[in-house]
Design a protein around this ligand. Sequence first.
Ligand SMILES: C=CC1=C(C)c2cc3[nH]c(cc4nc(cc5[nH]c(cc1n2)c(C)c5CCC(=O)O)C(CCC(=O)O)=C4C)c(C)c3C=C
Ligand SMILES: [Fe+2]
Ligand SMILES: [Fe+2]
Length: 355
Amino acid sequence: MPVPTTKRGLLLVNLGTPDAPESGPVRRYLREFLNDPRVIDVHPVGRWFLLNLFILPFRPAKSAEAYRKVWTKEGSPLLVYSRALEAKVAEQLRDDYEVELAMRYGNPSLPDAIARLKAKGVSEFTVLPLYPHEAASSSASSLARTYEVLAEGWDVPNVRAVPAFWDDAGFLDAFAAVARPVIADTRADHVLFSFHGLPERHMRKSDPTGQHCLSSAGCCDAITAENRHCYRAQCFATARMLAQRLSLPEGGYTVSFQSRLGRTPWVKPYTDLVLPELAAKGVKRLAVMCPAFVADCLETLEEIGLRAKEQFVEAGGESLTLVPSLNAHPEWVDAVVRMVRASDGPSATARAGSR
Ligand SMILES: C=CC1=C(C)c2cc3[nH]c(cc4nc(cc5[nH]c(cc1n2)c(C)c5CCC(=O)O)C(CCC(=O)O)=C4C)c(C)c3C=C
Ligand SMILES: [Fe+2]
Ligand SMILES: [Fe+2]
């Protein structure tokens, strides 16, 4: 009797986004997102007070207004671009994988996506968190929730995770390919690599030695055995490798961190403080790349494309151009397909045949 082959499923997991750019849906999304202890890492009672007294009464209306500025006819940019990636990856992997997009918060939810894969007969899962860099609040939270949902039944399936890809040549080449014409067409005289920030407290908690992270000014300047899982060190390394691909000279680029929330210190330097400094130094035409995001979203289109642009021009700059994210760029689709295949080793069919 031939051994039945296993059916494989690929889960592409991104952060999530509200269902509509209105206060109600944004509040529902933020409640789920910010209730995650890997995002707001304080005592549950403190988190309840923070959320219900300080964040949820005010932020949804402000955020909804920001979302409305970038919302598309098809929906939230993050969802639209992630869906486009899903479709192209599914097309390339159609002989070997069922593919589903899932969001860590909001829709399409992880439990629903996993249920759809199981209904198609999938019994081996590959999960690819759509974040280049490792952070408890992004990739680790997506992985933990995926494992939790998959472990709920009595028939816990095999699951593999595609590792963070901050140094993957396909990812870097694709981002450089998107950036090159933008930098040339706008005659940019400087490139800012603006990454999503993190509270410094998260960085220290993620350092298993407890001694390295943020312990000196240059602790993220090179990847070492001690800091290879450090979010900030990975971001700096991505920027260096992109700068090299784009032939940017040493002083021709800057790294910064955006999107901070609350009053505790986040990783520095802060994008909104770096922008006026660059203008004061005489930078005129700035190109901004956001390589922590593989799909354009509120944080790229509104925070950088609209707000940072206004801030830079007010500070004396001539222009700020947001380099689009990878979205469903063909080189990025190829890179995703390659990373998925590489993480899975020999195909299920080949292994079944060798038993
Ligand atoms: C790139 C990876 C991300 C990390 C790490 C991350 C950490 C993090 N984020 C917040 C708070 C907010 N982030 C928000 C939006 C948002 N964040 C990411 C990615 C990471 N966040 C993305 C892709 C997006 C865009 C979502 C979209 O719908 O387009 C928001 C919501 C918007 C707003 O109200 O500003 C918040 C809030 C924290 C606190 C955090 C780490 C502790
Ligand atoms: Fe570090
Ligand atoms: Fe965020």
